[in-house]
Design a protein around this ligand. Structure first.
Ligand code: F0G
Length: 473
């Protein structure tokens, strides 16, 4: 279907180095992942939405959701005026996006706000937010004629890439730290037919190797350092705004690992503001796990107001965490590749970065479950972070808040079983001799009960006595 009126053209798009002192520009078909001159991060710029007024774009995107066209049904390609592909591109799609925005009263109560929403990216085809980026990256891989796609991963990127590579019938190899990936994520990659390569080392080491590999012209790198991933993932901001009637929330919270997702959301919101679809940016808060929080540490040493005014104060590098530790394995990352873009997005939106403890993540995850939603541990950093921000007065009780849940609850069932069973053991930190067990406040372990009506009724009555009449926590 050709839509010449307001389609972004591939010819109008380019790859641009974001390093202030460089700014080099590259063609959209150049197979590079970082700036070929200075090694800085790349960003895709385009003639987004060209020709369409905000009202026209809103109307077009609304109408597409109701059609049966494959690209219209995808929650990414629906926004194709904002993507660096022509209107006739053969998208590799699994109908990603279209994820729910839930009201979450118990989570709100726990955090101390009147109302909050959860944007559940775990409801994507492979169960994580990665699919929205992968549809764009694998489409680009096919356009460039790549034979093999690769990534380093803590599990979700791998599962997503494996699925999209299978759809596109290109070879796929995933590099994962051995013994540090949940069984569910690994099982997905095996089923989707990828070469599952387990390395002795952590994610950061896998990331280093995969970047070396990508110098090979046969191989296409699909980690979020690849700016096409960011293009797909930025559409989550569009979908979220559309679901809220183009009313930007005051705060958006997102977990931070390799920091691609926060970079993508920041880009999406900024583009909507520059096109006039929203008037102000939501404050973007990136939440990390305490044992894997290089950006939170760096942010704590900054004066955000001064850095906003004087770009020469923007840090040239951040200190890596050598041996990152967290039970939220998805974000067990000490050397995030997209920290610069993420930090710029946070600063521009007047948001922040903070770290939360393993206990806070574990309880927050159980609370999100009580809303009937559920998520994997990394996603629960958002609710834990919100609780802290409310306590610190940064988020006010009546303000509008959206937390982005990045992965499905079934991505890590072992964590949930251990939490509820009271045997979730903290990772060993430096200087700690004995690992502690998390005594969860919202434990709900299975009960062994005799197979009789009386025994079961007795058990239910006993449980009822402990519950609040309103169902509050
Ligand atoms: N949440 C989940 C469930 C993740 O899988 C990840 C990252 C993040 C949050 C953090 O997002 O890296 O963009 O800051 N997972 C990557 C992976 C690293 O390999 O699956 P980020």
């Amino acid at each position: 279907m050709s839509e010449p009126s307001i389609a972004a053209s591939r010819e109008g798009a380019e790859q641009r180095c974001t390093a202030a002192e460089c700014g080099a520009r590259f063609g959209i078909n150049e197979r590079i992942y970082v700036c070929a001159h200075c090694g800085g991060p790349l960003e895709i710029r385009g003639a987004w939405g060209c020709g369409g007024s905000p009202a026209e774009l809103r109307e077009k995107w609304k109408q597409r959701a109701a059609t049966s066209d494959a690209k219209d049904r995808s929650g990414v390609w629906r926004y194709r005026e904002m993507l660096p592909f022509g209107p006739d591109v053969g998208a590799v799609t699994l109908f990603e996006g279209n994820t729910p925005l839930y009201d979450a009263p118990r989570s709100a109560e726990y955090a101390g706000v009147a109302h909050m929403q959860l944007k559940h990216q775990g409801c994507n085809p492979t169960g994580s937010f990665k699919d929205t980026g992968m549809t764009a990256a694998v489409t680009q891989a096919v356009l460039l004629g790549a034979r093999t796609v690769v990534c380093a991963s803590t599990g979700n990127t791998a599962a997503s890439l494996a699925a999209y590579a299978a759809r596109a019938a290109v070879r796929c190899a995933i590099l994962v730290p051995r013994g540090q990936i949940t069984a569910a994520k690994l099982a997905q990659s095996m089923d989707y037919g990828a070469a599952v390569l387990e390395i002795d080392g952590n994610f950061d080491e896998a990331m280093r190797v995969v970047q070396e590999l990508s110098a090979d012209p046969e191989v296409y790198l699909a980690n979020s350092i690849n700016p096409f991933r960011i293009e797909g993932q930025k559409t989550v901001a569009f979908e979220l705004l559309q679901q809220r009637g183009w009313e930007a929330p005051e705060h958006v919270l997102v977990p931070g690992g390799n920091l691609g997702n926060s970079s993508a959301l920041a880009k999406g919101f900024a583009e909507m503001r520059s096109l006039g679809l929203i008037r102000r940016l939501p404050k973007l808060h990136v939440i990390q796990a305490e044992g894997a929080a290089p950006l939170a540490h760096a942010f704590a040493t900054l004066d955000p107001g001064r850095v906003r005014q004087d770009s020469s104060l923007f840090p040239r590098e951040i200190k890596q965490v050598k041996n990152p530790q967290t039970l939220a394995t998805a974000i067990k990352i000490g050397a995030p590749v997209s920290w610069e873009k993420s930090l710029r997005g946070v600063l521009e939106s007047c948001g922040g970065v903070l770290a939360v403890s393993e206990w806070e993540i574990a309880d927050a995850k159980a609370v999100i479950g009580r809303d009937g939603v559920g998520c994997e541990p990394a996603s629960a950093t958002t609710l834990a972070g919100l609780r802290r921000l409310v306590a610190a007065g940064v988020v006010k009780r009546g303000e509008s808040v959206v937390a982005v849940l990045t992965g499905h609850v079934l991505k890590d069932p072992e964590y949930a079983s251990k939490y509820h069973g009271g045997v979730l053991v903290l990772p060993e930190g430096p200087g700690e001799s004995r690992p502690a067990t998390i005594a969860g406040k919202f434990r709900n372990p299975p009960e062994r009960v005799a197979a009789s009506r009386d025994a079961i009724m007795e058990c239910l009555r006993r449980r009822q006595k402990c519950e609040s009449p309103t169902g509050a926590l």
